[in-house]
Design a protein around this ligand. Structure first.
Ligand code: ADP
Ligand code: MG
Ligand code: MG
Ligand code: MG
Length: 397
């Protein structure tokens, strides 16, 4: 284990040269390696190091938010990302990059390089995302979700895992504040919006007590539900695609919570892309349907094939299990609708906004797309208790 220091390209290459297994993957001598920075997220630095035999992706925490160095942030987040990869690796296979190395002193993870892939949000903006990717994301959430559920594992295992991820405090604080609190607070300095076009829409959101009651319910669901280990930041920038190969990256926000949080966040990011760009409505509906069916099929298959070491559902007959499954999917959909609503609002007027809006054909279109996102967000939150299947969700968009 090494002492923490932020590594630049030169220091990173020198550090890798001290690690035989990683050096062997790169091949040749360290002088022949190149390191290029590809950081484009809000929090961390990411380098791709290439050698004659192969390449590596290296991600390191900084003691602050990368895009806002005045905002101090504990380093531990890469450790949670590594724990997330270790916890889910067996259940999701190569749907996440392989973890090759963790240095808990440098807060550095080295993983499989996915440079042949493209970040999904970029592909969606540029219009070259392979159709149907959402089915793979649904399957990912289904497999990860079932594998960390009360039905799959005894409570002793899950209590221990929950204890690990319950220490992911600083990033959970970001979620609680940025996703489910700040946007609804008048005068919160971290909010920003297209002004004056959206001034009255924002004022409504910040003074609507029916909406605020819905947000409170979702805060309670997020913090009080331990359905499964969530990704916690499953937007379209946390997915990389290359033809049929769809990978989920950036699990540093992992925390136990309701599965509808991950699904709803992903759906909201599809919706914002669909609103921002012309002729995307039917595409958007298709992808959302595929996400949901991919999730339900994967989760149900794992459930049906479950060998039964979990402590929930062990009494159920096959017929009772079918009823239980229907009840479960209705509950996940209600959460999913509500959390999609939160994500639509926070990515439109909160601290970290969806880049998709800036790709709208003109400013009038962008303003309309943003307004729709705010209004759909409100509708989903307020009506989430009534949204229990995919048809009801699509109707609400
Ligand atoms: P942050 O936590 O700061 O958001 P990310 O994990 O999202 O960091 O990574 C930032 C960027 O680095 C991604 O958008 C992608 O371009 C690149 N990246 C991340 N992981 C990989 C990987 N395994 N292979 C190739 N590029 C990657
Ligand atoms: Mg990221
Ligand atoms: Mg590949
Ligand atoms: Mg991240």
């Amino acid at each position: 284990m090494s002492t923490y220091r932020p590594l630049d390209a030169t220091a990173l290459t020198a550090h890798l040269a001290t690690l035989p297994a990683l050096s062997a993957r790169l091949g040749g001598s360290p002088e022949s390696w190149t390191a290029r920075e590809v950081s484009d997220g809000n929090l961390n630095t990411v380098f791709i190091v290439s050698g004659p035999a192969g390449s590596l992706c290296c991600k390191q925490s900084l003691p602050y938010v990368r895009v806002d160095p005045g905002w101090a942030m504990p380093l531990e987040r890469t450790l949670f990302e590594a724990r997330w990869m270790q916890t889910l690796g067996a259940a999701v296979g190569h749907q996440i990059p392989a973890l090759l190395h963790l240095d808990e002193g440098l807060f550095l993870i080295v993983m499989e390089d996915l440079s042949t892939h493209k970040v999904l949000r970029t592909a969606l903006i540029e219009g070259d995302a392979p159709a149907g990717f959402s089915a793979r994301i649904g399957e990912f959430v289904g497999h990860a979700g079932f594998a960390t559920s009360w039905r799959a594992r005894p409570f002793e295992d899950l209590f221990a895992l929950r204890e690990v991820f319950a220490r992911n405090l600083s990033l959970t604080r970001i979620t609680v504040d940025l996703v489910m609190t700040d946007p609804y607070r008048q005068g919160c300095a971290r909010n920003r919006w297209l002004s004056p076009a959206l001034d009255s829409d924002v004022a409504e959101i910040q003074s609507d007590s029916v909406l605020h009651a819905g947000v409170t319910r979702l805060q309670e669901r997020f913090l009080g539900t331990t359905q499964a280990l969530l990704h916690g930041d499953l937007h379209t920038g946390s997915v990389m695609v290359h033809n049929e190969d769809v990978r989920v990256i950036d699990g540093e926000f992992a925390i136990f919570g309701p599965l509808g949080f991950d699904l709803g966040m992903f759906i909201a990011n599809l919706v914002m892309n669909g609103y921002a760009l012309p002729d995307r409505e039917s595409w958007m509906q298709d992808e959302i349907s595929l996400l949901w069916s991919g999730f339900c099929n994967a989760y149900r298959q794992s459930w049906d094939g479950n060998t039964g070491c979990g402590d929930v559902g062990s009494l159920a007959t096959p017929e009772e299990t079918t009823h239980d499954q229907d009840r479960f999917f209705r509950e996940v959909m209600r959460d999913c609708a509500g959390f999609a609503g939160l994500e639509l609002i926070r990515r439109t007027m909160g601290f970290a906004q969806a880049a998709d809006f800036a790709a709208a054909p003109d400013t009038a279109w962008e303003a309309e797309a943003r307004r729709r996102a705010l209004h759909t967000g409100r509708r989903l939150i307020v009506k989430s208790a009534l949204i229990e299947d995919i048809e009801a969700l699509l109707d609400a968009l």
